[in-house]
Design a protein around this ligand. Structure first.
Ligand code: HEC
Ligand code: HEC
Length: 338
């Protein structure tokens, strides 16, 4: 209801519901009455000279059942929200119930998660129990966009999380930050920045070249300088992207493009920026408020361990597991075999 600025609709709904119940009650009572009858148990109404109406009131038990249901409805509306303008005497809301259930669930799960406390991303990624939890968290919350094998969807523009083709970075810290805060990529339209439609076409051909796609070599050569002044600000002079800005690597091959790596697709991206998908700007939602820190650590490890995980920066000490074995990161070849 929060979309409505006035309370009109709340009262409108409440009035329809209440009048509906009252109307029903009246109909039931009016039709349930045994009418005055003549000797032969007809109502006395006669049509077509000899067609008479038999007195046949609704069965009492049936009327009683319906009246009971109407009363039940009224009591329900007194206690629970249902009338639009009145929140109900119990103050129940689905949000409140959800929060309470979540809290209870988190408390019950606390001992399970306690076992993972203090473990690094690398260690969690090798812990089968943690990864089982990670899998169910991922399937329930992430798979609808990134698909159940985490390989994303080129059609929807949702990135593959299983390979070392990160937009925002693949270290445990970068993945953790992505999940907690979400990510909103920004590429403003560049058509007018580049100049004429001819300039756009030249640069698009240059990008096709970066992606290893067939292109017009003469145009590509003409577009190179513009790319290196305009696009390089975010995508880098070599087109290899910048994880701090979420600007993807354009030189890693067409396979890794989120959008169509064709002349039309790239031209649309240049002219429309990242809002070019029918005005829809896709972003990675933030999950910091939806999961406990332990759940986020497990999700981070789950994504990191899918094959694309990048070693943490060298400065971070690599903790050693209790049995003395250092937690190994997934090898690059894992990405190919998945
Ligand atoms: C509503 C769709 C949606 C859901 C749900 C979603 N994501 Fe994303 N995610 C995206 C989009 C879109 C991007 C790419 C953002 C961009 O283009 O920069 C993304 C990017 C990412 C990235 C960064 C990839 C990279 O290359 O740097 C990670 C990691 C990620 N998501 C993990 C998750 C996890 C874990 C979940 C579940 C908790 C999740 N996502 C749920 C849409 C979603
Ligand atoms: C302000 C920074 C910025 C500038 C300048 C910029 N881009 Fe981008 N570009 C981005 C971001 C961020 C994305 C990711 C958009 C998304 O995920 O929705 C992107 C995405 C793209 C893509 C799609 C990549 C894919 O995976 O499908 C192409 C192609 C592209 N840019 C080309 C260019 C070209 C050519 C220029 C210069 C004319 C340019 N960009 C200038 C930030 C920038």
């Amino acid at each position: 209801m929060s979309d409505f600025k006035s309370s009109f609709w709340a009262f409108f709904i409440g009035a329809i519901v209440l009048l509906g119940v009252i109307f029903n009650l009246w109909m039931l009572i009016a039709n349930g009455k045994v009418r005055a009858v003549s000797q032969d148990n007809t109502t006395g109404h006669i049509w077509d000279e000899d067609l008479r109406e038999f007195n046949n009131p609704l069965p009492r038990w049936w009327v009683g059942l319906f009246v009971f249901m109407c009363l039940f409805g009224l009591i329900y509306f007194a206690l629970y929200p249902g009338l639009g303008f009145y929140p109900g005497a119990l103050g129940w809301t689905s949000h409140k119930q959800f929060r309470e259930e979540m809290q209870q669930g988190n408390q019950e799960m606390a001992p399970v998660y306690a076992a993972f406390a203090g473990k690094t991303t690398e260690q969690l990624a090798q812990d089968p129990q943690a990864m089982k939890i990670g899998d169910s968290l991922f399937m329930n919350n992430c798979a609808q966009c990134h698909s159940s094998d985490a390989k994303g969807s080129a059609v929807g523009g949702f990135p593959d999380l299983t390979a070392k083709s990160w937009i925002w970075g693949g270290t445990p810290q970068a993945i953790h930050d992505t999940i907690v805060n979400g990510r909103t990529p920004v590429m403003p339209p560049q058509g007018t920045v580049l100049g004429t439609p001819d300039d756009v076409k030249n640069v698009a051909n240059y990008v096709l070249g970066l992606a290893g796609q067939p292109n017009d070599a003469v145009r590509a050569a003409q577009g190179e300088a513009k790319f290196k002044t305009v696009c390089a600000a975010c995508h880098g002079a070599d087109g290899k992207g910048n994880p701090l800005l979420g600007a993807p690597n354009l030189a890693k091959g067409a396979k890794w493009y989120m959008r169509q790596p064709t002349l039309d697709g790239i031209t649309a991206q240049i002219n429309g920026g990242n809002g070019n998908d029918h005005g829809i700007v896709r972003f990675m939602p933030a999950w910091g408020n939806k999961f406990t820190p332990a759940q986020i650590d497990i999700l981070t490890a789950y994504v990191w361990g899918k094959g694309g995980g990048v070693e943490p920066a060298a400065a971070t000490p690599v903790p050693v597991a209790a049995d003395g074995a250092s937690a190994a990161a997934p090898a690059v070849s894992d990405a190919a075999s998945q």
